[in-house]
Design a protein around this ligand. Structure first.
Ligand code: ZN
Length: 182
């Protein structure tokens, strides 16, 4: 079976920046599972793995415009310090989690000037060219329920539209497109 639209794919990946720094990897973890062609992963990675089979390994080079897009100046906002969480001491370059319209998003403290803090809402990988080493570990047909929802389900089932608290109240992280991980 080849990777085509609506197949549910599992892959291991290591993502590096142009200077060789690893920014994310599935090494030592479960492989990433997602529905192909549903926008759950960045466009450049979807293009790069289309047609691959189980066991295939590939290095995919992705320019920033097909990854997390350019850095946008308008995504930087100056906010008064009192509107930010006070339990941690703010430092320039620090990353915080902010509540966005589609779940939690990472933001960066770009600058601190007195009581004014510049918060950068750009994705931390915006403007960066990425390289992914991938290995395809599984490809399967999506179930009817998964096709109807437009995303894959994990062993825990469906997390709905992005809320990932399970029945026992345990908080889980949502990757943003309906996939939960603990
Ligand atoms: Zn679902």
């Amino acid at each position: 079976m080849e990777i085509t639209d609506k197949k549910v794919v599992k892959l291991h990946y290591t993502g590096t920046l142009s200077d060789g720094t690893t920014f994310d990897s599935s090494e030592g973890k479960e492989p990433l599972e997602f529905m192909f062609g549903s926008g759950m992963i960045i466009p450049g990675l979807e293009e790069g793995i289309k047609g691959l089979k189980v066991g295939d390994k590939k290095t995919v080079q992705i320019p920033s415009e097909k990854a997390y897009g350019p850095v946008m100046e308008e995504a930087k906002q100056v906010v008064p310090k009192e509107q930010l969480p006070t339990e941690v001491e703010l430092k320039e370059g620090m990353q915080l989690a902010a509540q966005g319209p589609h779940g939690v998003i990472p933001v960066t403290i770009a600058k601190i000037e007195g009581d004014q803090v510049t918060v950068d809402f750009n994705h931390p990988l915006a403007g960066k060219d990425l390289t992914f080493e991938v290995e395809i570990t599984d490809i399967r047909e999506a179930t009817e329920e998964e096709l109807a929802h437009g995303h894959n389900h994990t062993e825990d089932g469906c997390c709905g539209g992005g809320s990932c608290s399970s029945e026992d109240g345990e908080d889980k992280e949502c990757c943003g497109s309906g996939q939960c991980h603990k």
